[in-house]
Design a protein around this ligand. Structure first.
Ligand code: FES
Length: 175
C-alpha cells in the first residue's frame, strides 16, 4: 500500500491546478484572438487593399479630332453615393492618331492645381505657381518636380475609355 497515491496528495493538487490555469489562459487567448482578429482585419483592410481601377467611358471615337487636345470629365472610381461633384475628375485627352490616345492628369505635379492646355504654344500651363509642361507632359519650367501623370486610354466598341483609380494623387507615377 505504500506505492498507492493518496487522494489528498498536495503535489497532485498543484499539478492539476497548474494544468487548469494554463488551459484557461490558453483558451482565453484563443477566444480573445478569435474576437479581435476580424475587427483588426476590418480596420486594416483599406490600408492594404489595392486601389480599385475602373474603366470609364469618355465619348464616341469620332468625337475626337486627330492632333487635338481636349479636356474630358469622368467619374472617379471611388463613386460613393455621398461623393457628389467630388467624384468627378478631369484629364487632357489628345488623339494622336486614328487609334492612339494620350490622357494627361489635369493636376499639376507641384501642388495639384488644374493645368490649362494652351493650344498656340503647345504647352500645359499651371496658373498657381507658373509651372509649365511641354506637350508630352515633361516639365518645361517652374516648380513641378516631375512630368504630368498619365492615364491609360483604350478604344472599345467605338468608345474612348480611360482607366482611373481611387487614388488620383499628383505625386504617383500611375494615376
Ligand atoms: S501647383 Fe502647379 S506650379 Fe504649383
Amino acid at each position: 500500500m505504500s506505492d498507492c497515491v493518496e487522494p489528498n496528495n498536495p503535489s497532485s493538487d498543484e499539478d492539476r491546478r497548474g494544468f487548469l490555469t494554463k488551459l484557461c489562459l490558453g483558451l482565453s487567448a484563443l477566444i480573445g484572438t478569435m474576437i479581435t482578429l476580424p475587427g483588426v482585419g476590418f480596420v486594416l483592410a483599406p490600408v492594404f487593399a489595392r486601389p480599385k481601377q475602373v474603366w470609364r467611358k469618355l465619348g464616341k471615337l469620332d468625337e475626337y479630332e486627330v492632333g487635338k487636345t481636349v479636356s474630358v470629365e469622368f467619374k472617379d472610381s471611388i463613386d460613393q453615393p455621398w461623393a457628389g461633384v467630388t467624384a468627378m475628375s478631369g484629364a487632357w485627352l489628345r488623339r494622336v492618331s486614328e487609334k492612339e490616345f494620350i490622357a494627361f492628369s489635369i493636376n499639376c505635379r507641384h501642388l495639384g492645381c488644374p493645368v490649362n492646355w494652351v493650344e498656340d504654344a503647345s504647352l500645359f500651363m499651371c496658373p498657381c505657381h507658373g509651372g509649365v509642361y511641354y506637350e508630352d507632359g515633361e516639365v518645361a519650367a517652374g516648380p513641378p518636380p516631375e512630368p504630368l501623370a498619365r492615364y491609360t486610354v483604350r478604344v472599345k466598341d467605338g468608345f474612348v475609355e480611360i482607366e482611373t483609380s481611387s487614388v488620383p494623387l499628383t505625386t504617383n507615377d500611375q494615376v
